[in-house]
Design a binder for this molecule. Structure first.
Ligand SMILES: Cc1cc2nc3c(=O)[nH]c(=O)nc-3n(C[C@H](O)[C@H](O)[C@H](O)COP(=O)(O)O)c2cc1C
Length: 333
């Protein structure tokens, strides 16, 4: 596992020490998406969609937790606020082989607020601390927190400092900070990713004041340049929408930041064919559930529209066969 780091004194980028990850995204970063992202970038960290403690304890846990061994490094994001349940789910996650357990303290949706977790937990740092305490006792893997810089009309500086202090003292050594507030009333989750202004200076100050903590930044990162800039101030950079909508970015990161020759997009597509066949055979997974994550692959290239159109229609047909991917590739060749 990549080790935590303090800010580089000479402001250069230490790619051995900083980590880049794809954000947890409900309905998007399922295990098929993560398998695809891993093909594109062997080095990036991956996160599951948020899984609630209720789904694991009372639902079909295997459906939510199963993942492909190729996905490592892969973190399980939990939604919940009951220490016993969170500890139990962390333990189950560790048994499944996850590399990290992450607590969602950043989601503003009403459904999540009704469950009393997500971003509203930021106003209850003691509750989060009790959860962290119970979880670090239950598992050996890192327990981390993803949060915002604040909620509603709080003054975010003192609010975030108090939150990080209380939760880190309970045993959380890594925070991923989405660098904008969450407004819990009046904005939809989508608006909450766009309207509250982005502010990287506060998370950067938190890192400077807490060199012993691992601080990753999230929010509005779109390019290799954005990523390298943030790597000078943070231990990690988490990328959400851009990684999903333009997965070619993962190839660029692999080449320009990790210094590797990435797989070609075409080869990645061909490597998905046996995966699609295996998932259909072993789990009855329809092809469209996998190919929907691949629509953005050739963004900006010739034939990208035809690729997108082919993949948004043909896998839905009853007799769809995985070889249609090889056919669709001809459009972008
Ligand atoms: C479709 C979608 C689903 C999301 N689901 C989650 C989630 O389950 N847990 C979470 O912590 N954040 C979730 N987020 C927020 C992202 O993890 C990330 O914090 C946010 O998109 C900002 O990063 P970005 O500007 O790079 O997209 C979701 C975002 C999107 C677009």
């Amino acid at each position: 596992m990549i080790k935590s780091t303090a800010i580089q004194e000479d402001e250069s980028v230490n790619t051995q020490a900083s980590h880049i990850s794809v954000a947890p995204m409900m309905d998007w970063t399922d295990r098929h998406c993560r398998y695809f992202h891993r093909l594109l970038s062997p080095n990036i960290r991956l996160y599951t969609e948020m899984v609630t403690t209720g789904a694991i304890i009372h639902g079909d846990a295997d459906r939510y937790l199963r993942f492909n061994p190729e996905e490592h490094y892969v973190a399980l994001q939990l939604g919940g606020s009951e220490p016993q349940d969170m500890a139990e789910c962390a333990r189950i996650g560790e048994q499944y082989g996850y590399d990290e357990i992450n607590i969602n303290c950043g989601c503003p949706s009403e459904r999540v607020q009704k469950g009393a977790f997500g971003a509203c937990l930021m106003s209850e740092p003691d509750t989060v601390a009790r959860n962290v305490e119970a979880m670090v006792k239950a598992v050996k893997i890192p327990v981390t927190v993803k949060c915002r810089i604040g909620i509603d009309d709080v003054e975010e500086g003192p609010f975030l400092r108090r939150f990080v202090k209380t939760v880190s003292e309970a045993g959380c050594n890594m925070f991923i900070i989405h660098a904008r507030k969450a407004w819990l009333k009046g904005l939809s989750p989508k608006e909450n990713r766009e309207i509250p202004p982005i502010d990287y200076t506060l998370p950067a100050a938190i890192k400077r004041e807490n060199p012993h903590l691992e601080i990753a930044v999230n929010g509005q990162v779109k390019t290799v340049e954005d990523t390298t800039t943030h790597m000078q101030n943070f231990d990690g950079v988490m990328i959400g929408r851009e990684a999903y909508q333009n997965p070619g970015l993962l190839l660029e990161l692999e080449r320009d930041i990790y210094g590797n020759t990435p797989i070609s997009a075409e080869d990645a597509v061909l490597r998905m064919i046996p995966y699609i066949e295996q998932q259909a055979r072993d789990h009855g997974t329809p092809m469209k559930s996998i190919t929907r994550h691949m629509l953005g692959l050739f963004q900006g290239e010739r034939g990208a529209r035809l690729w997108r159109r082919t993949l948004s229609t043909q896998p839905h047909l009853e007799d769809a066969h995985s070889t249609l991917l090889a056919e669709a590739l001809k459009a972008v060749a």
